[in-house]
Design a binder for this molecule. Structure first.
Ligand SMILES: Cc1cc2nc3c(=O)[nH]c(=O)nc-3n(C[C@H](O)[C@H](O)[C@H](O)COP(=O)(O)O)c2cc1C
Length: 443
């Protein structure tokens, strides 16, 4: 069975999507827009909707990025839906673990067990400068903090045993022997606890992770219950998939840890119609800006490049001295797709290095199945180029094909995100509550 998330991003993942006449750009501050997206995803029986997050307002003139704070938006979206999971990004570099534990546990109660949190270490100096740093703290420091951050959050969630609430009007509200301080004193945090919020309905809301570096992969292997990834094509996806599954096994874990690469899908009733949807968005990109940005990515002036001609030859990766990751992706797109300059700009403006599939529902389902059966993915993080149209196309046309093939659920069988993803409930480490035997205990 595939796992499928809708990755919600403003008017869609194509940078020009907001310019389209049908975009909902005026509604980005209207929670009704996000509630509608969540309801559409729920109609398609998706596992969850997901918000990324950033902590700075850069490049505002290029188009919308952030508007409503994701955890706040999810509170409303949980009231507009019944079964679908709700996942937000949480920065371990900028949040304190007490804040994060409290917010996410509250949402798990509000949604009755449908919350996931995607722990990121954040990336940009502009974000750091909004949180008391001069620049982004170094990578190793951020990952050491992330490790401790996760541990403290989990400890805080366990600071209330599952049976701690008694509601005995003639006696006690809560069993104080099942509620414990955590007295954490570490390198990054000092937290007494207990949390102000009783044990979350899922035990622990589901932990997602998406780091690509060695430290990111190790943290994911040790801690993540599900993983978001970036993979341009099946060989790249397989390399990542096999590496992570190996690291999970070496960490002594036997949990499934589903891996979900991003997927940008243009769906049409014919391949031509799908390609026309892609072209329509690509043509909305202001080309002068896009060419200036491309010049930075490839380390040479591209501003005179002919938009509808093939991309001129570029030096090999070894000869390029700038940041290599994006340059390698650009070389790969040129090698495999032989795009025109306009098509390359469009590819980079819609999901960048994420996998793109263009075609009929059957063609897209075939490709997804190939990834699923060949250790490329356990599911996908859907990144529609435009919203709401892109997710409506997917739900109405691709999901039924996947369902007919037995690759995706026809209805929800559980009511929690943990249940949808087939993940076991974590054992509660609040052993004193269990040992006291006053109530049923945890787990
Ligand atoms: C699907 C996906 C979503 C992500 N969302 C965010 C995000 O919302 N905010 C963020 O700062 N980083 C985000 N990231 C980036 C990472 O999780 C990670 O922090 C970043 O890659 C730096 O870690 P690394 O050096 O291990 O790659 C995302 C990555 C992926 C693949």
């Amino acid at each position: 069975m595939l796992r499928l998330n809708l990755f919600i991003f403003a008017c869609g993942h194509h940078r020009a999507a907001w310019r389209h006449p049908d975009s909902c750009v005026e509604r980005l501050g209207d929670i009704g827009y996000f509630e509608d997206l969540a309801r559409t995803a729920e109609r398609g029986k998706l596992d969850a909707v997901f918000f990324a997050d950033g902590q700075s307002a850069d490049n505002v003139a290029d188009g919308p990025r952030w508007f409503l704070e994701p955890l706040t938006a999810l509170a409303a979206m949980s009231r507009a839906t019944e079964r679908i999971g709700l996942i937000s990004t949480v920065s371990s570099t900028f949040y304190t673990p007490f804040h994060a534990a409290r917010l996410v546990a509250s949402l798990d109660h509000i949604s009755r067990g449908r919350i996931g949190w995607n722990v990121v270490t954040s990336m940009f100096d502009a974000e750091a400068r909004n949180h008391g740093f001069d620049s982004m703290p170094d990578h190793a420091w951020r990952y050491a903090r992330a490790e401790e951050f996760i541990q403290v959050v989990l400890d805080l969630w366990d600071s209330w045993g599952e049976g701690a609430l008694l509601h005995d009007r003639k006696g006690a509200y809560a069993d104080s022997s099942a509620i414990h301080p955590i007295h954490h004193k570490g390198e990054h945090f000092q937290v007494d606890g207990p949390l102000t919020v009783p044990h979350p309905p899922q035990g622990h809301p589901v932990l997602f992770q998406a780091g690509a570096s060695d430290q990111g992969r190790d943290l994911a292997a040790r801690r993540a219950e599900a993983i978001y990834a970036v993979a341009y094509d099946l060989p790249a996806a397989q390399e990542y998939y096999r590496d992570i599954k190996r690291r999970v096994r070496s960490a002594g874990r036997s949990d499934p840890v589903p891996i979900m690469p991003g997927l940008v899908a243009y769906v049409g009733s014919t391949d031509q119609e799908a390609r026309a949807k892609q072209r329509e968005l690509d043509e909305l990109l202001p080309s002068a800006d896009a060419l200036r940005q491309l010049s930075m990515y490839v380390g040479q002036n591209c501003e005179q490049w002919e938009l509808d001609a093939p991309v001129p030859a570029l030096p090999p990766l070894e000869k390029f001295s700038g940041p290599k990751g994006r340059y390698a992706t650009i070389l790969r797109i040129i090698e495999t797709e032989r795009p025109t300059v306009r098509q390359l700009l469009g590819r980079l403006a819609s999901g960048g290095g994420h996998c793109t599939m263009v075609g009929t529902p059957e063609r897209i389902a075939d490709e997804m199945e190939r990834w699923l059966l060949n250790e490329g993915a356990d599911g996908f993080n859907l990144m529609p180029p435009s919203l709401p149209g892109g997710i409506e196309d997917f739900v109405d046309h691709v999901i039924p094909v996947l369902q007919r093939r037995g690759l995706f659920r026809k209805d929800y069988e559980t009511s929690t995100l943990r249940g949808h993803l087939g993940l076991a409930r974590p054992a509660c480490r609040n052993t004193s509550a269990v040992a006291a035997g006053v109530r049923e205990g945890c787990g």
